[in-house]
Design a binder for this molecule. Structure first.
Ligand SMILES: [Zn+2]
Length: 459
């Protein structure tokens, strides 16, 4: 007997519980078709295949496929620019669908350089909406729930595409966006009474702290039952998750995937086990060594730079695209029972710092400092006097102490944090403790908090 929609645990049971073997076969079928499609419809891909000496029909195995050269963001920008010059628009070389079929342009969340564009047809938008439905349905959202969307809306892949997906699922979306500022978010919060909020974890932490003075209520009395983190690593940091869970009395989910084919969401358990990769039928995921660019085998706990290929995609189907994120994958079955691999986003490859030969991600430092909450507020800045990745030791950082910390406890706390970071990250930092609220929440275009500050030179 067919289950009613209310009983369904998954949005698309057929795809979401497909066996690994069946999924690989489906991926392969779709990949073969996609390679042919990209070759036939894009000057850029034709050139790429010709350069390798391989035609789509020559790709007979996954190993063959991995011979196709990687595409970087810089290359993407170059091709966009060349299209602009040759055709008067940025799609001429790389977009595979005819221009009149393109109905949406999204952009990545990068804060530097010319934005890289994602072009989508109605088919692609439907696929995206499906992915958002899979994520939120898994987390327990159902029609009738009201979702306040407080991420960046302007062009960001997690902005409008996400709101559209929420609506496609039959939920009510309040797309207030972070650009309007905190007051506007709170006003709409009070007016629309959402059950769900989607925001950066740092905005959540800010709201927990400020709600009593801004609204006259504790955040946990606002009626939020789900907090979805995105755009920052905090949703995967145990101390941040705990603070959001307790601060809002809500279930906390970490999720990713906006305007492209790579999507994931963590399971609702208290313990964080990474995000389940929920879009393998539209995205082939690979890992590479960021130094040598050689493939890294997808075994349990493997770490590498993420490479993705869109399959069953029409507009701008990327082929072996390196987005710059470092991932760790987990292939052992998850206790929650959902199949497939899980992953943790470790940071962006270009965020990496090197201190005395040790590779270090700002997110790992954020995680270490958050470990000391409430003795610290969790807010910090890494102070650099030269552009990354090379850091002249010692690594300098400014950390906010918590409002309840006594003066005599400050020195011991500083030492505790230093020792902890030295033990777990193998870097000995120089820490300056500063009062709560003295580190401004400085966000980029997407609402992500910037952890690094360049120090001004004295001379
Ligand atoms: Zn799980």
């Amino acid at each position: 007997m067919n289950k009613t929609w209310k009983e369904r645990k998954l949005w698309n049971e057929k795809m979401e519980v497909m066996s690994e073997e069946e999924m690989r076969a489906l991926q392969w079928r779709r990949l073969k078709k996609q390679l042919k499609y990209n070759y036939q419809n894009s000057i850029y891909y034709q050139k790429k295949f010709k350069e390798t000496g391989l035609m789509p029909q020559d790709i007979r195995s996954f190993e063959d496929f991995q011979k196709i050269p990687l595409m970087t963001k810089e290359e993407h920008r170059r091709v966009q620019q060349e299209s602009l010059e040759r055709f008067g628009h940025p799609y001429g070389l790389i977009t595979c669908a005819p221009i009149e079929k393109i109905i949406r342009i999204s952009s990545t969340s990068g804060t530097t350089g010319v934005p890289t564009l994602y072009t989508l047809t109605q088919h692609d938008v439907d696929v995206l909406n499906e992915m958002h439905c899979r994520k939120y349905w898994r987390a327990g959202l159902r029609p009738g729930h009201i979702v306040l969307q407080a991420l960046s809306l302007s062009m960001f892949t997690g902005g409008l595409p996400l709101s559209d997906g929420i609506q496609a699922m039959g939920l009510c979306c309040v797309p207030v966006g972070v650009e309007g500022g905190t007051k506007r978010i709170i006003d709409f919060f009070l007016l629309t009474k959402p059950h769900v909020i989607i925001a950066t974890p740092s905005f959540g932490e800010y709201l927990i702290e400020k709600a009593p003075s801004l609204i006259g209520k504790e955040a946990k009395d606002l009626g939020i039952r789900w907090f979805f983190c995105a755009a920052e690593p905090g949703g995967g940091i145990p101390a941040v998750r705990k603070r959001l869970r307790e601060g809002f009395h809500a279930r906390v989910f970490d999720h990713t995937g906006g305007g492209h084919a790579f999507h994931g969401i963590c399971c609702g358990e208290e313990e964080y086990r990474g995000m389940h990769f929920i879009s393998p039928d539209h995205c082939i995921l690979e890992l590479i060594d960021p130094e040598t660019q050689k493939p890294v085998e997808m075994i349990d706990r493997a770490i590498g730079e993420m490479v993705f290929t869109f399959i069953d995609w029409e507009g701008g189907p990327f082929l072996r695209y390196v987005l710059g994120d470092m991932l760790q994958v987990f292939t052992k079955p998850c206790e929650c029972g959902f199949p497939g691999i899980r992953f943790k986003i470790l940071g962006r490859g270009d965020d990496m710092l090197i201190v005395k030969g040790v590779n270090l991600y700002p997110n790992a430092i954020k995680e270490a400092v958050s470990h000391f909450q409430p003795k610290t507020t969790g807010a910090l800045k890494i102070l650099l006097d030269q552009p990354p990745p090379l850091v002249k030791p010692p690594l300098k950082m400014r950390v906010e102490y918590g409002s309840s910390l006594k003066q005599e406890e400050r020195e011991p706390l500083k030492e505790e944090i230093r020792k902890y970071i030295k033990d777990i990250l193998r870097v000995n930092p120089e820490i300056e403790l500063v009062p709560p609220d003295s580190i401004p929440i400085q966000t980029g275009a997407t609402g992500k908090v910037k952890l690094i500050e360049m120090m001004k030179k004295d001379r």
